[in-house]
Write a protein that binds this ligand. Structure first.
Ligand code: FES
Length: 105
């Protein structure tokens, strides 16, 4: 059986502070949600590919988050770990409608 993806309403964008990650759980997955300084909302897997660092607790800078454990820099747009480190995290599609944030999981 393959799990089908669907939009899940998470929270209001106006209640998500900018530049501070928030952990949400959907379908058993831990997802790190971010409201960027440019107004965009991004969602990635809440786990660094290195040693499972909780990315929702990382420092946000522009479109990147720095893992709170070992400081790997990870793109919130592509999920790619930036050089000199390697790896990637899953990126989840986001839609914002009337202040409600939906994530595709
Ligand atoms: S756990 Fe290693 S960079 Fe986050």
């Amino acid at each position: 059986m393959t799990a089908t993806k669907e939009w899940t309403k998470i929270m209001k964008k106006s209640e998500l502070p900018q530049q501070i990650g928030k952990e949400v759980h959907i379908k058993g997955k831990s997802i790190a949600l971010f409201h960027l300084s440019n107004g965009e909302v991004r969602a990635i897997e809440n786990r660094s590919p290195h040693r499972n660092g909780p990315l929702a607790e990382g420092i946000v800078s522009g479109e990147y988050v720095f893992c709170p454990l070992y400081d790997w820099k990870i793109s919130l747009v592509t999920g790619l770990v930036q050089k000199p480190d390697n790896g990637c995290v899953e990126v989840y599609e986001i839609e914002v409608k009337d202040d409600d944030i939906y994530v595709m999981v």
